[in-house]
Design a protein around this ligand. Structure first.
Ligand code: PLP
Length: 418
C-alpha cells in the first residue's frame, strides 16, 4: 500500500478507519469420532494402565514409525518428558545444563528437580534459537547437558550444536514441545540429539489433554530401559518379571490409556496440521518481507518450520511507533496478536531472581556461582522487546492469511518514517 495514496481505507482502525479483518477467522474441530472410537476401545479393555493395555503402546509404535526412531517412552506431560530425559541421562546435583532464555518453564523444571543449575546461552536475533557460539562460551567442567528448544517449530542449528556437544562429551536433549514435524537438513527435530521431548498438552499441534513423549535416539536397549523406568518410579517392567527394587529416585510420569487412545487418532492428523501451518507461516513471510520496519520470522538455514506461532520483529528505527503501538494498531485491525512470547526472559522470573527453586531454600543454586540478571542474554531480551506474535493455525483460510498480511502492511505503511 502506498502511503501517499491517502484513501480512507489507509486510515488505521485504531484512529477510526475501517478494519482490515471483517470476517471471522476459520475454525474447526480438533477431536471427532476417531478419538471417540479409540477411547471406547480403551475403556473396553477393562484397564487404563499403559503397561497392560494396547493404546499407549500403539500410540508409541505409530509415533516411532512416523519419526523413524527405534524407541520412545510416553509421559504425563512435556515437562515430565524433559525431566525423564535429564534423569535418565544422569544429570544430577550441581551439574550445569545449558538452555534457552526464551521458553516455557517446562524446559527448566526438570533441570531444577534434578538439582542441576540452568545456564542460559543467548539467541540468534532472528531465528530466536540458541546461538552455537554462545553455548560454547558457557561450557565449564561442570556442564553435563544442553537442552535445545526449537522455538515455535523452527529448528536449532543442530550441526553446530551436535559438534560442540560431542567435542565436550555433553548430552543433547531436544525440547520439541513446539516443533512437531520440524526438519533440520532433512532430519526430524527430536531424532538428532540423544533424546527428543514432545508435549501433547492442549495448546500444542496435537492434544491428548496433557501428555508427552521421549525419543531414545542412541538405539541402545539399555538406554531405552533406563528412560522407560525413569518415567515409572524406576519400576523395571520390560522383559519378564517386574523389578521394583528402588535403585535411585524417579517420579511417576506415566501416561494413561485414555491419553494414548486420543493420541493414536491425533497422530493421524499431525501431518496435515503441520503442513498447513508451514504453508501459512511461509505465506506470511512472503507477504511481509520488505515492509518498512517489519522483520519476518527467519527460519534456520536448512530448516523446515511447522510454525507453532509466527513471530516477527518490529524495527522501531524505521517507524514512528513503538512495538506496543504497532501491536495495538494490529489488534484494532482485527488481528489478535501478542507483544512478545513471554513477558521477560525466564531468568528474570522470581524463581531465578530469588534463587528459590524450593520454597524457603536456595538449593541447588548455592552449589553454583551462576548469576541471573538483566543483560545476561542481550539478544533474547531485545527479541522480547521487539517481537509480535500472530497465530498461523491450521484452520485459518487463505483469506485469513491474506488479511493478516494486509493488516501488518497497513500498520507498517501508516507508521513508516519518510
Ligand atoms: C509446552 C512446552 C513445554 C511443556 O510441556 P507441558 O506438556 O505443558 O508440560 C516445554 N517446553 C516448551 C518449549 C513448551 O512449549
Amino acid at each position: 500500500m502506498n502511503k501517499t495514496a491517502g484513501t480512507s481505507a489507509d486510515k488505521l482502525a485504531i484512529t477510526g478507519g475501517p478494519k482490515v479483518k471483517t470476517t471471522p477467522f476459520g475454525t474447526g474441530k480438533r477431536f471427532g469420532m476417531e478419538e471417540v472410537k479409540e477411547l471406547v476401545e480403551a475403556l473396553e479393555q477393562e484397564t487404563l494402565f499403559y503397561h497392560l493395555g494396547t493404546k499407549v503402546k500403539t500410540f508409541l509404535a505409530d509415533f516411532n514409525k512416523m519419526y523413524g526412531v527405534p524407541y520412545s517412552v510416553a509421559a504425563s506431560s512435556g515437562t515430565a518428558a524433559i525431566h525423564i530425559a535429564l534423569g535418565a541421562a544422569g544429570v544430577t546435583a550441581g551439574d550445569e545444563v545449558i538452555t534457552s532464555p526464551i521458553t516455557d518453564q517446562g524446559t527448566l523444571i526438570g533441570i531444577l528437580y534434578q538439582n542441576a543449575i540452568p545456564v542460559f546461552a543467548d539467541l540468534d536475533p532472528h531465528t530466536y534459537n540458541l546461538l552455537p557460539e554462545s553455548i560454547e562460551a558457557q561450557i565449564t567442567p561442570r556442564t553435563k547437558a544442553i537442552v535445545v528448544v526449537h522455538l515455535a517449530g523452527n529448528p536449532c542449528d543442530m550441526d553446530f550444536i551436535m559438534a560442540i556437544a560431542r567435542k565436550h562429551g555433553l548430552k543433547v536433549i531436544e525440547d520439541c514441545a513446539q516443533s512437531y514435524l520440524t526438519y533440520y537438513k532433512g532430519n526430524l527435530a527430536g531424532t538428532i540429539g540423544d533424546y527428543g521431548c514432545f508435549s501433547t498438552n492442549d495448546f500444542k499441534h496435537i492434544s491428548t489433554g496433557d501428555g508427552g513423549m521421549v525419543t531414545v535416539n542412541s538405539g541402545k536397549e539399555e538406554d531405552y530401559r533406563n528412560v522407560h523406568a525413569f518415567a515409572d518410579k524406576n519400576y523395571h517392567r520390560l522383559g519378564g518379571a517386574v523389578n521394583r527394587g528402588l535403585s535411585y529416585l524417579a517420579p511417576n510420569y506415566r501416561m494413561t490409556e485414555l491419553q494414548g487412545a486420543v493420541g493414536i487418532a491425533q497422530l493421524r492428523k499431525l501431518e496435515r496440521i503441520c503442513q498447513r501451518r508451514h504453508e501459512n507461516g511461509e505465506r506470511i513471510t512472503a507477504g511481509i518481507t520488505g515492509l518498512p520496519g517489519v522483520v519476518p520470522h527467519q527460519i534456520t538455514e536448512g530448516g523446515h518450520c511447522s510454525y507453532w506461532f509466527y513471530m516477527f520483529r518490529v524495527d522501531e528505527s524505521q517507524l514512528t511507533c513503538t512495538r506496543d503501538e504497532f501491536s495495538a494498531a494490529l489488534a484494532a485491525e482485527g488481528i489478535p496478536n501478542s507483544a512478545g512470547y513471554i513477558p521477560t526472559t525466564v531468568y528474570m522470573s522470581e524463581l531465578f531472581q530469588h534463587k528459590q527453586a524450593y520454597l524457603g531454600s536456595h538449593y541447588p543454586f548455592e552449589l553454583s556461582d551462576a548469576e541471573y540478571g538483566e543483560g545476561l542474554c542481550p539478544n533474547a531480551e531485545e527479541i522480547l522487546r521487539k517481537a509480535i506474535i500472530v497465530r498461523a493455525n491450521e484452520f485459518f483460510t487463505d483469506a485469513d492469511i491474506e488479511d493478516i498480511i494486509a493488516a501488518i502492511g497497513k500498520v507498517a505503511d501508516a507508521y513508516a518514517k519518510d
